[in-house]
Design a protein around this ligand. Structure first.
Ligand code: NAP
Length: 241
């Protein structure tokens, strides 16, 4: 049983990879550049009693992602990836008035186009096997819209819409497609934010931990979550619903 976690080298993706390993999955860890952290995730997966492989490629590039995944499939003809967690993401915050074209484009290609680039090569095998679980990492920003994040809100909002559309396309093939929308979670991505100030706005008065998000993803990836599809599940300490 194989699972792929994009952006699995750090943060939420790492915690998800470890959770899936504990559930018995062999985990493919995709990442962009941080070999040291990716190796650390692989070691944690092995400590959890499973195994995995590193799959280093840029999810924002369709041809690169397709080749990496096709090569993996060719090397594993009797296996298929039954759980896909589209988690890799970046943010480049700026007020729209100051936002350079590249800041808008890179956030869209990494957070939204990646959904197509990674899911498209894998969906056919899920359909053929009549089983699959796809979990997309959205954000509070994609539901509410946050100032300074026109690019990121657009990408995550688009990801939520794509989740709902794909869920209906593949539901009768026993494939569920859901999105998770975290609020503030303590990872490298929120470094530089004023946690002391922001946590005052959160009813639980704290940022979330990556492992808390991973527990939700683990449930959506499990056989028990068989009748949940096309959903967006908030996980934000009560900040927004
Ligand atoms: P993080 O700690 O910054 O980790 C980002 C991960 O994505 C890393 O593994 C990174 O790989 C990978 N990545 C970035 N660009 C990539 C690319 N082009 N191709 C392949 N991998 C790429 O981020 P995080 O906080 O765990 O966030 C994970 C997801 O949750 C993101 O989609 C983010 O938008 C979402 N989210 C986070 C929060 C939060 O508060 N943290 C809240 C809501 C939603 P390298 O290590 O190689 O750079």
């Amino acid at each position: 049983m194989y699972a792929l976690v994009t952006g699995g080298s750090r943060g939420i993706g790492r915690a998800v990879a470890v959770k899936l390993a504990k559930m018995g999955y062999k985990v493919l860890i995709n990442y962009m550049s941080n070999d040291v952290e990716a190796e650390k995730t692989l070691a944690m997966i092995r400590e959890a009693g499973s195994d995995g492989e590193l799959l280093k490629f840029d999810v924002s590039q369709a041809d690169v992602a397709q080749k990496a995944l096709e090569d993996w499939m060719a090397a594993h003809p009797s296996e298929y990836i039954e759980v896909l967690v589209n988690n890799a993401g970046i943010r480049k915050d700026n007020l729209l008035v100051f936002m350079a074209p590249d800041e808008f484009q890179r956030v869209l290609t990494t957070n939204l186009f990646s959904f197509y680039n990674v899911t498209h090569p894998l969906i056919e095998q899920m359909i053929r096997h009549k089983y699959g679980r796809i979990i997309n990492m959205a954000s509070l920003s994609g539901l509410k819209g946050l100032p300074g994040q026109c690019n990121y809100s657009a990408a995550k909002g688009g990801l939520i819409a794509a989740t709902k559309a794909l869920a209906q396309e593949v539901a009768r093939k026993n494939i569920t497609v859901n999105a998770v929308a975290p609020g503030f979670v303590r990872t490298d991505m929120v470094e530089g934010l004023d946690e002391d100030e922001l946590k005052g706005q959160i009813p639980m008065k704290r940022f979330g931990e990556a492992e808390e998000v991973a527990n939700l993803v683990g449930f959506l990836a499990s056989k028990e979550a068989s009748y949940i599809t096309g959903e967006v599940i908030n996980i934000n300490g009560g900040l927004y619903s």
